[in-house]
Design a protein around this ligand. Structure first.
Ligand code: PGA
Length: 222
């Protein structure tokens, strides 16, 4: 059975109260999550709930790993407002870098993204690097690349599994057999059509990961 990454991206959603509620609901669905030994379940939450999510995962003994959604390109220092790798490492094993929302709304460039990848690596945090296509620059040292076509993000209009598979294959071929994943309007209904493709090693649901029941179904159906 191939290894699959199921990565929830909460984006800029959920307060501490909402986070507690999500985890209480996922606890009831724990058996569905536990059945999946070949699946690495990762939840990328806002910085403000990373600490809480970490303690809830420990308290409920859930097989979920944590990811951050951004990382400073700088090490610790006088950088007001930034969260650096050393700080993230206390809570998370993964970090999303290069999401199209960061490129589009925050002007993140290839050069900046390369620095972020290098900071993540310096602290042993695994970059989950997002690209819009196989022609986008992927920095050295990235082992997990997520293909997310802009037209599919948050639109309910996913790519076809066949096209996603051929883009993922091109990415893996180009980048030393990196794991290639698909993201963009993934649901419990369509997840298997993607994960059953030979070059797709997992998915990154955004909106669907906010609903515990739907996220558990995605894990089960993947
Ligand atoms: P979506 O988001 O599943 O809501 O389309 C995916 C993403 O942007 O990571």
């Amino acid at each position: 059975m191939k290894k699959l990454f199921i990565i929830g991206n909460w984006k800029s959603y959920k307060t501490t109260v909402e986070t507690k509620d999500w985890f209480q609901q996922i606890l009831h669905l724990k058996s569905e999550i536990l059945e999946s030994e070949n699946k690495e379940i990762i939840l990328c939450v806002p910085f403000t709930v990373l600490s809480l999510a970490k303690s809830l995962i420990q308290q409920y003994n859930l097989p979920i790993k944590l990811g951050a959604q951004d990382i400073s390109p700088f090490d610790e220092g006088k950088y007001t407002g930034e969260i650096n790798g050393k700080q993230i490492k206390e809570f998370a094993e993964y970090v999303i870098i290069g999401h199209s929302e960061r490129r589009r709304y925050f002007g993140e460039t290839d050069e900046l993204l390369e620095k972020k990848v290098s900071m993540a690596k310096q602290y042993g945090i695994i970059p989950l690097f997002c690209v819009e296509g196989s022609d986008i620059v992927v920095p050295q040292g990235v082992d997990i690349v997520i293909y997310e076509p802009i037209t599919a993000i948050g639109t309910g209009n996913p790519d076809t599994p066949e096209n996603a598979d051929s883009v993922c294959k091109a990415i893996s071929d180009k980048h030393h057999n990196a794991f290639s994943l698909y993201g963009g309007s993934v649901t419990s209904e369509n997840v298997h059509s993607f994960t059953s493709m030979s070059s797709i090693s997992g998915v990154l649901p955004g909106g669907a990961s906010l609903i515990p029941d739907e996220f558990a179904k995605i894990i089960r159906n993947a």
